[in-house]
Design a protein around this ligand. Structure first.
Ligand code: 6GU
Length: 227
C-alpha cells in the first residue's frame, strides 16, 4: 500500500484527478491512498494567512515558513516519509525512470507551491526531492503533482490489469509505443495493417517492435542517443 499526502493551498484542484478511472480503482482496491491537506489549516492568524511579501521586494507572494513547517511536522507524527517532494519548475525534470523509482516507495509527501513559491528555508530544511514536469511554468504545483501521482500510481503492482500493462508503455524501454487499431478492419477505405488480422502473435510482436523503432527514429531521435 502506498500513501501520498499532498499539501496545497488549492485542494479543490486535486479533487478531480484522483477520483476517476485508474486512480480511483487503485484507491478502491486499497493499493493507493491520496490525501490532500489544505495549508490554511496551519495558517498563522485569523486571516488564514499562509503567504507574505518577498524580502528584497519584487512581484508575487511567498508561502511562509511557519504554516509549512507546522503542516509537515504534524503529518510526520503519523507517517515516516520516504521522500518529501517539492513541485517546482526549477526541480529535476520528471521522467519514466523517476516514476518507476518513486512507485517503489511507501510514503510520499508532496508540497505544492503557489504564487512565487515557498520560502527557501523550507526547501533547505525539509525537502528531499524537487520535481518539475517540464520546461514551462504553471501557476501552481497542483497540476504537476496530479501528473506525478498519476504516473506513479498506475505503476503500483496490481493497479493495472494485463490489458493495460505498463510494460508496453512508451518510454519503458526508451521506445515510443506502436500504433494501435480496433474494429472495423476497414474504415472508409482505410485498412488496418494486414499483419494484425492474421493472428500470428510472433509476427505481430515483430511488427510492433519495428513500428516502435520507426516512430522513435522519426519523432524522438533523442531517445536513442540517451544511454
Ligand atoms: Cl512542478 N510547478 C510549476 N508551478 N510549474 C511547473 C512545474 C511545477 N513543472 C513545470 N512547470
Amino acid at each position: 500500500m502506498m500513501t501520498i499526502d499532498i499539501i496545497t493551498v488549492v485542494p479543490d484542484l486535486l479533487e478531480g484527478p484522483f477520483s476517476h478511472s485508474i486512480m480511483k480503482r487503485a484507491q478502491d482496491k486499497g493499493l493507493l491512498t491520496v490525501r490532500t491537506h489544505n495549508l490554511r489549516k496551519w495558517a498563522i492568524n485569523k486571516h488564514a494567512q499562509v503567504d507574505d511579501y518577498p524580502f528584497g521586494g519584487g512581484a508575487g507572494m511567498v508561502l511562509m515558513c511557519e504554516p509549512l513547517a507546522n503542516a509537515i511536522e504534524e503529518l510526520q507524527i503519523n507517517t515516516s516519509y520516504d521522500a518529501i517532494i517539492y513541485m517546482t519548475p526549477d526541480g529535476k525534470t520528471f521522467d519514466q525512470p523517476m516514476a518507476n523509482q518513486l512507485s517503489m516507495l511507501q510514503n510520499l509527501l508532496i508540497i505544492c507551491g503557489h504564487y512565487k513559491g515557498i520560502d527557501q528555508r523550507i526547501r533547505d530544511q525539509y525537502i528531499t526531492m524537487e520535481i518539475s514536469i517540464g520546461d514551462y511554468v504553471l501557476s501552481g504545483g497542483e497540476l504537476a503533482a496530479a501528473v506525478v501521482v498519476d504516473a506513479i500510481g498506475r505503476l503500483i503492482p496490481g493497479v493495472l490489469s494485463d490489458e493495460t500493462s505498463a510494460l508496453t508503455d512508451s518510454f519503458q524501454d526508451n521506445l515510443l509505443a506502436p500504433p494501435v487499431y480496433t474494429r472495423p478492419a476497414d474504415f472508409r477505405g482505410m485498412k488496418v495493417p494486414e499483419i494484425l488480422l492474421q493472428g500470428d502473435p510472433k509476427k505481430v510482436d515483430n511488427w510492433r517492435f519495428e513500428q516502435s523503432v520507426e516512430r522513435t527514429k522519426t519523432r524522438r531521435p533523442d531517445l536513442f542517443k540517451e544511454d
